[in-house]
Design a protein around this ligand. Structure first.
Ligand code: PLP
Length: 482
């Protein structure tokens, strides 16, 4: 029912109504989490169904908040794929948690824009501080700390972090000439055939051209071959090209391959190549010292990123991006118009994060990260990460014990790549049947040309019983198909 606009002196929500409706929204979210396992994990709606249920035009008259919230249940919920369901095993995690949601809510409440230190000192200083905490917590090199030559910044996503790394590497090798005149040199970059698609996108956007991205072969663990990398760099140098960047991955999206940084690093040093390490999906595991051998050689990195919005229980979006030399990044991205000049910036004593990323404006993302780190504590985070890895290793053992299935590669952490013995079509059918059942959601990849199922065990609330049920359902559907 529409309210009478003529009688109103303001259309804003008063603080008292905000309090009341805010409680209703929090109640709704808490109830959603309580009943989340009752929904089909993958939304069953058909293309266009959600739009067809919405009014053709925006409402001319104000609507009651109760009606708007009611439509979440009626119109939106059917079109939600439940990433926060403990039966979500698809793609990679995109974890939420209570403390992160509340931290994000406070960020919305402040509604600040932290582009400069001066536009909210706490927004900048908390971010710098929390990112320094993570240098210790993840066993990252000291040069990434703000008190050293480098520092960390929160980016929206790993894709943007990868792009910033490519731009910085381009500017370092061209002595900031590309920013002035466009890129005149014949630059070449290197990555593996398992790297995330955002690497190629970054290379395109930076004007390098995807033909100048060398896609290097991988070994049987899906890690880049350092000898093939070195040979490609030498070949390009002989041909008069200018190699400038290696994008390595610790935890590839498709296969969880771990590029050997300790062997790639010396190649980069020898040829003066920027080494960027993309740990978007698996970096969180490095909170646990026992997994850090997987990032051996990280001290060679010029830049690094990981996504707390994937596996570290921090609501999307939140990527932590580190550089070893902040001067290069800042010189690459800084343009200072008159209207942003201020005393604090000119003093040289503060960080202005607008110079550390693509966009000007920025939200107070550090709040949710701070809440997560304090609410769980590093030990609490380690507890859940270890549990996910244990469950994945157990799942892999069940796959190996069942003669109908093949474990495609031993999982280094929490992503299990496996397939039902038989054709690609059979595996596609198995995946479709499972996903259509609504009981769980998993996705696929292609490894060595074959269709492979991926079981990513990392959702915030996934427990032993969910993984057991998933395996039982996989076996049941498989026995119907073979
Ligand atoms: N890099 C890796 C290794 C990933 O697994 C992903 C996720 O798909 C990305 C980058 C892109 O993540 P984002 O959505 O944060 O850009």
């Amino acid at each position: 029912m529409a309210t009478n606009a003529a009688a109103k002196t303001s259309f804003h929500m008063s603080p008292e109504e905000f309090r009341q409706q805010g409680h209703a929204v929090i109640d709704w979210i808490a109830d959603y989490y309580k009943r989340i396992e009752s929904f089909p994990v993958l939304s069953p709606v058909k293309p266009g169904e959600i739009r067809a249920s919405l009014p053709k035009e925006a409402p001319a008259q104000a609507e009651l908040f109760e009606e708007i919230l009611g439509d979440i249940e009626k119109l939106i919920l059917p079109g939600i794929t439940h990433w926060q369901s403990p039966n979500f095993f698809a793609y990679f995690p995109c974890n939420a948690s209570g403390p992160a949601i509340l931290g994000d809510l406070l960020s919305s409440g402040f509604g600040l824009q932290g582009m400069l230190w001066a536009t909210s000192p706490a927004c900048t200083e908390l971010e710098t501080h929390v990112l320094d905490w993570l240098v210790t917590a993840l066993g990252l090199p000291e040069k990434f700390r703000s008190s050293s030559t480098g520092g960390g910044v929160i980016q929206d996503t790993a894709s943007t972090a990868n792009f910033c790394a490519v731009l910085s590497a381009r500017e370092r090798v061209t002595n900031h000439g590309s920013n002035r005149t466009g890129t005149r040199q014949k630059l070449v970059a290197y990555t593996s055939n398992q790297a995330h698609s955002s690497v190629e996108k970054a290379i395109r956007m930076a004007g390098i051209g995807s033909d100048n991205l060398r896609v290097i072969e991988v070994d049987e663990q899906f890690a880049i071959c350092p000898s093939a990398l070195a040979a490609a760099v030498e070949r390009d140098k002989r041909a008069g090209l200018l190699p400038f960047l290696v994008c390595a991955t610790t935890g590839t999206t498709s296969s969880n391959g771990m590029d050997p940084l300790a062997e790639i690093g010396p190649v980069c040093r020898l040829h003066n190549l920027w080494l960027h390490v993309d740990a978007a999906m698996s970096g969180t595991a490095m909170l646990c010292p026992e997994f850090r051998p997987l990032q051996r050689g990280i001290e060679f990195a010029d830049s690094y990123c990981f996504d707390p919005h994937k596996w570290m229980f921090t609501n999307f979006d939140c990527d932590c991006f580190y550089v070893a030399d902040r001067k290069v990044l800042i010189e690459t991205l800084s343009v200072l118009p008159e209207y942003l000049r201020n005393k604090a910036t000119e003093s040289g004593e503060v960080i202005d994060y607008r110079d550390w990323h693509i966009q000007l404006g920025r939200r107070f993302r550090a709040l949710k990260l701070w809440f997560v780190l304090r609410y769980y504590g590093i030990e609490g985070l380690r507890f859940h990460i270890r549990e996910h890895v244990r469950l994945a290793q157990q799942f892999a053992a069940w796959v190996q014990e069942d003669k109908h299935f093949e474990l495609v590669v031993p999982p280094p952490l929490n992503l299990v790549c496996f397939r039902l013995n038989g054709s690609d079509e059979l595996n596609q059918k198995l995946m479709d049947a499972l996903n259509q059942s609504g009981d769980l959601y998993l996705t696929h990849t292609k490894l060595n040309g074959r269709f492979v199922l991926r079981m990513s065990i990392a959702q915030t609330n996934t427990e032993q019983r969910h993984v057991e049920k998933a395996w039982k359902r996989i076996q049941e559907e498989a026995s119907r198909l073979v």
